[in-house]
Write a protein that binds this ligand. Structure first.
Ligand code: URA
Ligand code: URA
Length: 176
């Protein structure tokens, strides 16, 4: 693991923006640049956020379940997720976000529990330990299977509507 690992990437964005996004694991690009979601997935995520009227600088903080790159970009084991979890929970506590977006099956599983399935839970608000979570498909899944984009946009619309309710009633999005 230490041969692949260069950077520990805690996250990036505005901790006080109200929205906390949790991804899975940094990829090679992220590892090289020291920032989360800079590759193809990140570009798609930025497009979706832009359609919602959200920017990384102002509205969201982005972090990951595991804070460093894993060999062959495999999904994290439960042991690896558990090792990093205290950092993530502390980040969430400090940011105190109004809305937490869970990106993908692995993130949902480690945040909510092994019985949670992304195909079933996506688009439905989860209330866990008094926080509001929206599970959505991971942008990498949208790149692999573009037919998931339509449902995913419906999920993000719910996030914009909720953001107006709990953070800023005047939030502007051209599309929602
Ligand atoms: N980059 C990240 O930082 N996290 C992911 O889940 C995917 C790409
Ligand atoms: N499979 C995944 O691993 N993630 C998704 O978001 C959807 C399907």
């Amino acid at each position: 693991m230490s041969q692949t690992r260069q950077n520990v990437i805690f996250g990036k964005g505005n901790k006080n923006g109200g929205i906390f996004i949790i991804g899975e694991v940094p990829d090679r690009q992220e590892d090289l640049q020291g920032r989360p979601f800079v590759g193809k997935s990140g570009q798609l995520l930025d497009k979706i956020l832009a359609a919602c009227g959200f920017t990384r600088d102002e509205h969201v903080f982005i972090s990951n379940i595991v804070k460093y790159r894993l060999p062959e970009n495999r999904v994290p084991t439960s042991r690896e997720a558990a090792v990093c979890m205290p950092w993530l929970l502390k980040q969430i506590e400090l940011a105190n976000p109004k809305i937490i977006i869970l990106l993908g099956a692995t993130t949902l599983k480690y945040m909510a529990g092994p019985e949670y399935r992304i195909t079933r839970e996506r688009g439905n608000w989860l209330n866990l330990q008094n926080r509001l979570y929206m599970p959505v498909y991971h942008p990498a899944a949208l790149l692999r299977n573009p037919s998931l984009k339509r449902d995913t946009w419906e999920d993000y619309k719910k996030i914009v509507i909720k953001y107006r309710e709990v953070v800023n009633p005047d939030h502007y999005s051209a599309y929602v």
